[in-house]
Design a protein around this ligand. Structure first.
Ligand code: IVH
Length: 712
């Protein structure tokens, strides 16, 4: 049983242990200079975990054990920054940089200026607020004034100090700004893992960093290899923070490093325009070999007095400028165009290129988006085209390269019929995107819809990935999402397939059965309504609380549009009124999303699919009591070892009562391994697979937290 009040010597010991762990953590992640072996680190860590599980009161928010993530939340709260987070003015060549330097010199009446030169990280900006030297909150940049509060996620970033080194007054406030990035090497591994698990890979390390940071479930963030690089200070005051004021930027950055932050090793103090240009050239040359993506260099006046004197314009300081790298462009041949059909029927022309290396990546295809884009770019099959890759991994075709067009170049013609199912391809309204009208009759749309439906954030059906879906479609077993819930009728056919056995089929069918108990948000997301992602689905579910109410809102939206346009005097008036009505009254839902939701529910075929899904027994709790039951829905646990306060079966029942799933089969799809005393070999395996470990107390806290969050 967990005891309550820890004796003072235990508190002292645990506090010291936490400090030692954090110091080793810092040596490993920030200084790149480990002081102890991994095994020793793990031993200390487990010791602290055991103490905290015995005395939950020891579990402070800055404990190193909190880096594994907190229970999932349902939405991000807004958080105002203590000081606004500004942006940077840009320039793209030396002339513009010279003008920047010239204007500062004449204003300050100084011959040669000293700049702090830094890489411009290509990641996601983060504001950390420390009170009394302890991390209190973390927020994304948002609109610069107010960001999203993502503290539990930030806590999982290993090189980010939860407690600062140095003596801070209890009330002292220090905001540290910096960029969260994902190292390129780790990004590639993450993408390989995502593809393996049937999830969508990220387009580039920046998106991966931003996406990982904005997870509602911070235990997902904890598994992502994120790094934080500090580059500045926001609000500051109180004992211990004096240095933030009136300091040279170069001094500030050294100070931040002494507090425990990673500061880029590429930072330098440079003199005059020539120093800036030289720095830019040196960094540009090294760019490809850096493990962190950067998209330019930033030059900031080093001197505090000078910065104060030149001040700000609008939302950017006049004392800083980013010199961005030009996007790399190469020329290659457009060999052919394929047409790919997506989940929503969008027919996308994809250019097949003669393989060419751009920015360190071999590119052999690029999206041409739609017919308007093709016309605008004026490219034909056989043309020499310019391909660009800007910071992004997704390459784009800029246009035709100069020179003669080959005489046999062929015009790209959008298909009138779907290349996958032969249904008509149409443009809806003045949408530039052509869409296959086949719906689920189209195998491409069916495949993509089913993949989406079964995916982890949707119905979370383990064992039903692309490979199985393609095979079951080919066999005629799956024609609509509803058929997933009829697969048990074809059990013997499936068992007979190569690569299947009794056990795997049992697991698949159990997982399908378990998916029937879901939440309204997951169900709405699973439907694959255009423009409705996880966040919007959750907003709809939170706001309307029942499917009936969502349907009703979708169906009355066209009438509301009509009613408002009949009375509105100007377009601004129209916008003001409609944004108070129905679907549009939700902060996340703009005109485009609202129209997509309305269109989806207006379609009889979609209505039928929904009704059939409800008929096969998909349910979610609509009452408070029942909402609690689905708090852990879609989360899988494996238990190993003896739990301290209950039997394994009891713990299993608790997890299942909260909607979670307990299996004996540990795989990379397992969310958590629950570790008791004398754990088996599963522990080492979980470590290898990167599965998060919890102890009994953590699980109970997770259940409590998830229940509290879903009954809010
Ligand atoms: S300083 C007062 N320094 O670029 C100036 N920003 O356009 C505030 N960024 O969202 C920014 N590397 O996240 C600064 N070395 C660096 C940076 C940097 C990347 C990002 C930052 C901001 C954007 C500004």
């Amino acid at each position: 049983m967990a005891r309550h009040q820890p004796p003072p010597d235990v508190v002292r010991y645990a506090t010291d242990l936490a400090r030692r762990i954090e110091s080793h953590n810092r040596a490993y992640y920030v200084d790149d200079d480990p002081e102890v072996s991994d095994a020793e680190f793990d031993r200390l860590f487990r010791e602290l975990e055991a103490l905290e599980s015995e005395y939950p009161a020891l579990k402070s928010p800055d404990s190193p054990t909190q880096r594994v993530g907190a229970p999932p939340s349902t939405a991000f709260a807004s958080l105002a920054h203590g000081e606004p987070m500004l942006s940077l003015s840009n320039c793209f060549d030396d002339d513009e940089l010279a003008r920047f330097d010239q204007s500062l010199r004449s204003e300050l009446n100084v011959e040669k200026l000293t700049y702090n030169a830094e890489p411009k990280f290509d990641g996601s900006a983060l504001n950390l607020r420390y009170v009394g030297g302890v991390l209190q909150s973390a927020a994304t940049r948002g609109d610069g004034m107010v960001g999203e509060q993502i503290t539990p996620n930030a806590r999982t970033i290993r090189n980010l100090p939860l407690r600062l080194e140095g003596a801070f007054g209890e009330e002292s406030v220090l905001e540290v700004r910096g960029e969260v990035v994902m190292p390129r090497s780790r990004f590639e591994r993450l993408n390989a893992r995502l593809i393996d698990a049937g999830s969508k890979p990220f387009a580039n390390p920046r998106n991966a960093a931003a996406g990982s940071l904005r997870q509602l479930d911070s235990s997902v963030t904890a598994k992502r290899p994120l790094m934080f690089y500090a580059y500045g200070i926001g609000e500051h005051g109180g004992r211990g923070t004096e240095i933030g004021v009136d300091a040279r930027l170069s001094v500030q950055l050294n100070w931040l490093a002494s507090l425990g932050f990673s500061v880029s090793s590429l930072v330098e103090v440079v003199y005059g325009l020539a120093g800036c240009i030289d720095y830019y050239q040196r960094i540009a040359e090294r760019r490809a070999e850096l493990d962190t993506e950067i998209d330019g260099c930033v030059f900031k006046l080093d001197d505090a007095e000078q910065r104060r004197e030149v001040g700000f314009v609008a939302r950017a300081p006049r004392w800083a400028i980013a010199h961005k790298f030009p996007a790399e462009e190469v020329v290659t041949i457009l060999n052919d165009v394929d047409f790919q059909v997506g989940r929503t029927g969008a027919v996308t022309p994809v250019a097949k290129l003669a393989p060419v290396s751009v920015g360190g990546v071999v590119v052999s295809s690029a999206s041409l988006h739609n017919a308007d884009e093709i016309a605008r770019k004026n490219v034909r099959i056989g043309d020499r085209v310019i391909v660009r890759r800007a910071g992004d991994v997704i390459p784009e075709i800029v246009g035709r390269a100069s020179g003669q067009r080959p005489t046999d170049a062929r015009t790209i013609v959008m298909p009138k019929f779907c290349p996958e199912c032969g249904s008509a391809v149409e443009h809806i309204g003045n949408d530039a995107v052509a869409r296959c009208t086949g719906g689920l009759v189209c195998p491409a749309q069916l495949r993509e819809s089913l993949k989406h439906f079964a995916s982890k954030p949707a119905m979370a059906i383990d064992g039903l990935g692309e490979r199985q879906i393609v095979a079951f479609i080919a066999d005629g077993l799956l024609k609509s999402p509803v058929d997933i819930y009829r697969l048990h009728e074809h059990r013997s056919e499936i068992v007979a397939r190569p690569g299947y056995g009794d056990r795997s089929v049992n697991n698949l069918l159990a997982s399908i059965e378990a998916s029937k108990r879901t939440t309204l948000a997951r169900f709405l997301y699973a439907l694959g309504i255009r423009e409705v992602g996880e966040v919007t689905a959750r907003a709809l579910a939170d706001h309307y609380k029942s499917l009936v109410a969502v349907r009703q809102a979708a169906q009355t939206y066209p009438e509301q549009l009509e009613a408002v346009s009949a009375v509105a005097k100007t377009s601004a008036d129209f916008e003001r009124q409609i944004s108070k009505a129905g679907l549009r009254s939700l902060p996340d839902i703009g005109p485009r999303v609202a129209q997509c939701i309305a269109d989806f529910f207006a379609e009889p075929r979609n209505q039928r699919v929904i009704d059939e899904l409800l008929e096969v027994g998909i349910t979610w709790p609509e009452s408070d009591q029942a909402t609690r039951l689905a708090a852990l829905s879609g989360t899988t646990f494996v238990i190993t070892g003896q739990c301290p306060s209950m039997t394994r079966d009891e713990l299993k029942a608790r997890i299942e009562a909260a909607g979670g799933r307990v299996t004996g089969n540990l795989s990379k799809k397992t969310d958590y391994l629950v570790v008791g005393s004398q754990p088996g070999s599963k522990r080492a395996k979980a470590d290898r697979l990167g599965v998060t470990e919890l102890n009994e107390a953590d699980v109970l806290a997770l259940i409590d937290g998830a229940e509290a969050a879903s009954s809010d």
